[in-house]
Design a protein around this ligand. Sequence first.
Ligand code: 13P
Length: 253
Amino acid sequence: MRKQIAAANWKMNLSLQEGETLLETIIKQDGNLSDNRKVVFAVPAPYLVMAVGKIASEPHIHVAAQNVYSKKSGAYTGETSVAMLASIGVDHAIIGHSERREYFNESNQLLAEKVKICLEENITPIFCCGEALPVREANGQNDFVTRQLEESLFNLPAEQIVKVVIAYEPIWAIGTGKTASSDQAQEMHAHIRSQFAAKYGDEVANSISILYGGSVKASNAKDIFGKPDVDGGLVGGSSLIADEFIAIIKALK
Ligand code: 13P
């Protein structure tokens, strides 16, 4: 079975103390995790060391960076390299979140470099894709997302692409309380999988986890995660509330 993943994206929220309490509360719960059912916490950069420490004895819980820099090392003041992340035990990174694409002008080409450099350090990229509302209204979402995949991922060989996790996050559903319906999510996830199948074959396509993100909460997670091509979620606001996120973990297939 493909890995089912509940990933928390705290974005730029919480104090260190609030983050510690939240992690402790969630980790204490029995989420019925396994090699195929895992949890990832994408915490703000200053809390990564703390988070890695908290999950040290939890084999199915991982810590992610919310971003990485595209260069290996050097005079890039303020940036964080993948080697630094790997050296503290971070093994996942969110790449190409729509907020970074929008506010920091991250292009598909730059994101291709970031994905590649993550893989070189055995950091699993959680690659975000998804369309804005005008694209959806013009029914252009499939072509838009295909282009994001082509320009950032499809230069990778099959043995690398299987290490990437995809997060489909329609921009119009992020932080808006407006979720894509589970059918809309399924439709896009099936489309994404079909693009992988066309490029890499069915076996590769069927092994890639595709998460849904955008106003996932305890009350809708089961419905969305229940769809055949939805392999869990990337969760913003609801990941900041212990009971909500615990319920979301329990809603994994
Ligand atoms: P919300 O769950 O707050 O809509 O955010 C989704 C998201 O952007 C996760 O990366």
